[in-house]
Design a protein around this ligand. Structure first.
Ligand code: ACO
Length: 382
């Protein structure tokens, strides 16, 4: 046993990637490993996706209970009222290149929002809640401003729901009810998934008693990678590269033979499939029907079949979300930022939970390098 490892750590059990480790406790979300089931604060995701609004789900995640009519309307009004960007963010926007990566932009812009947030000095529950509401409201406004740069973004429409307004901001058109429903469902499905990489990054940052904006900035950085939130963009790029269903078998076969990963498949926890994927798949198909463009859905289904047959791998949430966003007329490079627009609700609930019951997150690492080397003065080094 190494002298370096003491209290509680077992050098024979190193959990690479923290796989299978219970790294804390949370009352926000339950992921059922064996059947892919998902519950937010005890409510089944199927019920929330079909019957709730994103505003209701965000309230549920932040407050721990479903709102009554009065609470929901006050919360929705506060979100709508908080949409305009503060002056510092507007100034920052003028300095950003329109060719920047939208995730890099968001990571920096959220950090900017923290500079003059009126509650920046406190991590108390009520201040954190106000910060969370502002972030949920303002991230879509940031994206809209970036999308329309250097021109003026369309102003938010206070009569539209969060989901419909988001589509309006990004496409410049008021969405039809079914398109707004697809966006609503997508925001609900992406909202929360316990200790995924970005949420864990947010909690690690918050655990040093750093603030909400720092934690969310860490989370956005983590989400950007293609093994996590970046997968939805990578899926659509792949679908476009394949071009049509007739090329699917050959393309996927070749990539698997080269041991390459197919984006939108597999999951660290959900090895038997993901209930969220089944839900968004249904909406992606109906959207294809309504838009009279089934090409991307049919191609995606063929890839799903092939992946199951060849690798016993199932699509994750990102796979069918990609073609749904495409049919909604959203630019591909905004797919991962749309994930941010939703997951900000889960991240902020986790930051609040971390601050409310804090213990610094500081695991150990099994050292594999050399030890006790003689220190050579620089003139003696080869
Ligand atoms: N395509 C091809 N093979 C895959 C894929 C994939 N997408 N995912 C896993 N595998 C294979 C691995 O190559 C490995 O095979 P091997 O045992 O022959 O080497 C086996 O399945 C196990 O893979 P691991 O890497 O151990 O699985 P892990 O739990 O670490 O990976 C991950 C999970 C990172 C999500 C992985 O499945 C992946 O890279 N998927 C593609 C990226 C993606 O879609 N990310 C989105 C995740 S969901 C979300 O963020 C909402």
């Amino acid at each position: 046993m190494s002298d370096s490892i003491g209290r509680g750590a077992d050098p024979d059990r190193i959990y690479h990637g923290l796989e299978g480790v219970l790294a804390g406790a949370s009352a926000i979300c339950d992921v059922e490993e064996t059947n892919g089931g998902l519950f937010y604060r005890g409510y089944r995701i199927e019920d929330l996706a079909e019957r709730a609004s994103f505003e209701e789900v965000a309230y549920l995640l932040l407050m721990g209970k479903l709102p009554n009519r009065k609470e929901l309307s006050a919360f929705s009004e506060e979100l709508a009222r908080s949409r305009p960007l503060p002056e510092a963010a507007r100034r920052f926007l003028k300095t950003v290149s329109p060719t920047a990566n939208p995730m890099d932009f968001l990571r920096t812009a959220v950090s900017f929002l923290g500079l003059d947030d009126p509650d920046r000095e406190s991590n108390a529950h009520s201040e954190n809640l106000r910060k969370a509401i502002r972030l949920i409201a303002q991230i879509p406004s940031l994206l809209a401003a970036f999308r329309s740069a250097p021109g003026e973004p369309p102003p938010s429409d206070p009569s539209l729901s969060h989901a419909a307004n988001l589509l309006y901001l990004l496409t410049g058109r008021r969405p039809d009810p079914f398109s707004a429903k697809v966006m609503e469902v997508s925001l609900i499905l992406y909202a929360e998934h316990e200790f995924n990489a970005s949420t864990f990054a947010a909690r690690v940052t918050a655990s040093s008693l750093s603030d909400m904006h720092s934690a969310v900035t860490s989370a956005i950085g983590s989400l950007k990678g293609p093994l996590h939130g970046g997968a939805n963009e990578a899926v659509m790029k792949m679908l476009l590269e394949i071009g049509g269903i007739e090329n699917a078998e050959r393309y996927i076969g070749k990539r698997l033979a080269r041991k390459e990963r197919i984006m939108g498949f597999g999951h660290r926890v959900l090895k038997q499939g993901d209930v969220r994927s089944k839900i968004i798949k249904k909406y992606a198909e109906e959207l294809g029907e309504r838009k009279k463009d089934r090409k991307w859905f049919d191609l995606s289904s063929r890839i799903e079949e092939k992946m199951r047959r060849e690798k016993e791998l199932y699509p994750n949430l990102d796979f069918y979300s990609a073609s749904a966003y495409y049919l909604l007329g959203l630019p591909i490079e905004f797919d991962t930022p749309l994930f941010v627009c939703s997951r900000i609700s889960g991240w902020s609930a986790h930051v609040m939970e971390q601050h409310d019951h804090n213990r610094l997150i500081r695991p150990r690492c099994f050292y594999t390098g050399p030890k006790d080397l003689p220190y050579l003065p620089i003139e003696h080094r080869s």
